[in-house]
Design a protein around this ligand. Structure first.
Ligand code: ATP
Ligand code: MG
Length: 370
C-alpha cells in the first residue's frame, strides 16, 4: 500500500499543494514551523478521518479560509483508490472514496493504513494512563472499526451514569436507575476489555521480539494489561459478571464521589523492562527505544490483520535515534512506504543508498525537490 499523490487546498498553512510521492522513501526537510507536521497530519486525516494533534477539525482549515480539502491517491495491489476529505468551518466533514460520499467514517477504515511516530508518542511511556488508553484505542480502532463504535457507546453511558450519580435524586431512586446503566456498561465494557486483552497480548509479543533485537538481547520488554476488572483467563460471561458485580459493589462509594470507579475507562498498560516498571525509571533513550519497538510492533500487527504493510510516518524522530537504532529502522523501510520529516539532512546518512525523494518545504510550499 502506498500513497501516490497528495493534494492539499487551504489545509493549515498550505494554500495549494500537489505532489507525487515516492513509492518507498520520502523525506521532507524544512525549518521549524514550515508545515512538515501539517503534511503528515493531512495524510493521517485521510487514513483515520481525524488528526493526531487535535480533535477540532476547524483548526485544520487555513486561518483565512472557509474550507479545506485533502485528496490522496492510494495504490493497493495495483488498484487505485482516491480518498477525499472536505472540511468546512460549520463543522461539516465530507469524505469520499472514489468520488462516492461515505455515510459513515468507519467505512474509511479500509482505504489507507498509517502508523505515525512523533515526539508526542513518548507519552505512551512517560505519560499517564489516559495517554496509554488513547494509544490503545486509536490502534485497535484501526483494525476493528466496531471497537470505536463500542467505545463511543460506552463513554456515553458512563457520562450519563456519572450525571445520575451527581444528581439530586434520592439515593434509592438513583440505585434503581443505575441498574439499567450497569447492565449496559458491563456488556459493552466487556467487548472493550476483550479487544484490549487481545491487542495488548499481540503488541507485547511483537514488541518484545523487536526490542530484543534493538537492544542486542539486553532488554526484555513486557507489556501487561492492567484493569480493575478481572479478565485474566476469563471468558466473556465471567468478565461481564465481574464488571457488573463490581459496579454494584462500588455504588455507595460512587455516590459519594459522584464518579464511576470501576470499568475499562480506568485501564492502563504496564510497561516493563527486565521486570522493572519503566513508566518511572526509563531513561530518555530507553523511552524512545520502547516507543519505537511498540510502533514497529503496531506495523507488524497491521500487516498481519490487513495483509498489507501500512504507510509509516516519522515526524522528526529518525535523526534523534542513535546509529544502531537508525540502522535497524532503516532495514524496515524496504517493507513499506515511509515518510520522514526533519529540519536538516544530518543524521539521515543511513538513508543515502535508499531509492527516495527529498522535498524541501518553506512556508507551506515545496520549493525544491530531488
Ligand atoms: P517543527 O519543525 O517546529 O515541528 P513544522 O514544519 O512541523 O515545524 P508545522 O507544525 O507543520 O511545522 O506547521 C506549523 C505552522 O503552521 C505554524 O507556523 C502555524 O502557525 C501554521 N498553522 C497551523 N495551523 C494553521 C492554520 N489553520 N492556518 C494557517 N496556518 C496554520
Ligand atoms: Mg513538526
Amino acid at each position: 500500500m502506498y500513497i501516490e499523490n497528495i493534494r492539499l487546498i487551504n489545509f493549515r498553512n498550505y494554500n495549494s499543494l500537489n505532489i507525487k510521492l515516492n513509492k518507498s522513501m520520502n523525506i521532507f526537510i524544512g525549518k521549524n514551523a514550515q508545515g512538515k507536521t501539517n503534511l503528515l497530519e493531512s495524510i493521517y486525516l485521510c487514513a483515520t478521518g481525524g488528526s493526531f494533534r487535535t480533535n477540532k477539525d476547524r483548526e485544520l482549515i487555513n486561518f483565512n479560509k472557509r474550507e479545506a480539502y485533502v485528496g490522496a491517491n492510494i495504490v493497493l495491489n495495483g488498484i487505485e483508490r482516491f480518498i477525499e476529505i472536505k472540511l468546512d468551518r460549520n463543522g461539516q466533514k465530507r469524505v469520499k472514496i472514489n468520488r462516492v460520499e461515505l455515510e459513515n467514517l468507519r467505512e474509511l477504515n479500509s482505504g489507507l493504513n498509517v502508523v505515525i511516530f512523533s515526539p508526542e508518542d513518548l507519552k505512551i511511556v512517560k505519560g499517564g494512563p489516559a495517554e496509554r488508553r488513547n494509544f490503545l484505542d486509536t490502534s485497535i480502532s484501526q483494525i476493528r472499526p466496531v471497537y470505536r463504535y463500542n467505545l463511543n457507546r460506552y463513554n456515553k453511558i458512563l457520562y450519563q451514569r456519572n450525571n445520575l450519580l451527581k444528581s439530586n435524586k434520592s439515593n434509592e431512586d438513583i440505585i434503581n436507575l443505575l441498574e439499567i446503566f450497569d447492565i449496559q456498561m458491563s456488556k459493552i465494557g466487556t467487548e472493550i476489555i476483550l479487544n484490549r486483552r487481545e491487542f495488548i497480548k499481540k503488541l507485547s509479543d511483537e514488541s518484545q521480539t523487536i526490542h530484543r533485537q534493538l537492544t542486542s538481547g539486553e532488554e526484555l520488554l513486557d507489556l501487561d494489561y492492567i484493569s480493575n476488572v478481572d479478565f485474566y483467563g476469563k471468558n466473556k460471561y465471567e468478565i461481564e459478571n465481574d464488571l457488573l458485580k463490581k459496579l454494584k459493589f462500588n455504588t455507595k462509594k460512587d455516590l459519594i464521589i459522584g464518579n464511576t470507579e470501576v470499568g475499562p475507562h480506568r485501564d492502563d498498560i504496564e510497561i516493563k523492562i527486565n521486570n522493572i516498571d519503566t513508566r518511572a525509571f526509563a531513561s530518555q533513550g530507553q523511552q524512545r527505544t520502547i516507543v519505537l519497538s511498540i510502533k514497529l510492533a503496531q506495523v507488524e500487527i497491521l500487516n498481519m490483520e490487513k495483509g498489507v504493510y501500512p504507510v509509516l510516518l516519522l515526524d522528526d524522530v529518525f535523526s534523534e535515534l542513535d546509529v544502531e537504532r537508525r540502522k535497524y529502522l532503516g532495514r524496515s523501510f524496504s517493507k513499506m512506504q515511509t515518510i520522514i520529516t526533519s529540519t536538516d539532512l544530518l543524521g539521515l546518512e543511513e538513508l543515502e543508498r535508499i531509492n527516495k525523494s527529498v522535498f524541501y518545504i518553506d512556508k507551506g510550499e515545496i520549493i525544491y525537490e530531488e
